[in-house]
Design a protein around this ligand. Structure first.
Ligand code: HEM
Length: 210
């Protein structure tokens, strides 16, 4: 079970991590961009925010997943540190840009608030994780990174919920999108809290795979 969960976790992180490349192949009239007003689509500020967000997010997803393997960390500490810095930089860029483009999210206020909440939480948990390790607190660093990556994983859960809501529950796209702007990250954070609580319990000091 644990191995299967680990394989699925890595598989989805990599699959959605490379998904933004799709935007290199298409023109501005496809994908999410097709639903945007022409003025916004052509705005330099929004376009910059959008591309910084999706490629920064891609790097964060790809850099993050292997960091939770204890075996990987123990064997490659310098690489763990390097990937950690790459993740931190990618989150700062993608999260800040995500907060900016969140104000223009499809679906209006419910989506704007959902995605802004996600962006702020992602930036906050990642900064806390970095501050903890700078302060030498490894346990706290691990706990905040679990929260941070659970939020990063919203990119994956959003793309699982969306087709489910649209095609299985036959929901209208905009209605589903407003709900998923929250559903993509709040449950992830609850799962992260449960994992952290489990790690804190004296019985199970040891984490994720490995
Ligand atoms: C965790 C914090 C994140 C926040 C706050 C966030 C926020 C957003 C927002 C507001 C949009 C535009 C939605 C709209 O205009 O309706 C968006 C789109 C997008 N985001 Fe993120 N996102 C996050 C994480 C990620 C990550 C980690 C990736 C990496 C794959 C990613 C990739 C994308 C892509 C590719 C789109 C374009 C929409 C699509 O094709 O599905 N995001 N994001």
């Amino acid at each position: 079970m644990k191995t299967l969960a680990w394989i699925l976790f890595a598989f989805f992180a990599v699959l959605i991590g490379i998904y933004p490349l799709f935007y290199v192949a298409i023109d501005m009239s496809q994908g999410l961009l097709a639903s945007k007003a022409p003025d916004l689509r052509q705005s330099f500020a929004w376009q910059t925010g959008f591309y910084v967000h999706i490629f920064g997010g891609s790097i964060a997803l790809l850099a993050g997943w292997s960091q939770f393997s204890r075996r990987f960390r123990n064997k490659n500490l310098p690489l763990h540190k390097l990937l950690g810095k790459v993740y931190l930089t990618a989150v700062m860029l993608s999260g800040t840009a995500g907060l900016y483009i969140a104000f223009y999210a499809t679906g209006g206020l419910a989506s704007v608030l959902g995605f802004s909440g996600l962006a702020i939480s992602w930036l906050f948990t990642t900064v806390r994780a970095y501050a903890s390790i700078r302060g030498g607190n490894v346990d706290q660093h691990q706990h905040w990174m679990i929260r941070s990556y659970a939020l990063c994983f919203a990119a994956v859960t959003l793309r699982i919920w969306l087709p489910l809501f649209q095609f299985v529950f036959a929901m209208d796209f905009i209605f589903a999108y407003r709900i998923i702007a929250w559903m993509c990250w709040v449950p992830n954070l609850v799962v992260a809290e449960l994992i952290v609580r489990n790690l804190r319990s004296p019985k199970a000091r040891i984490p994720a795979h490995g």
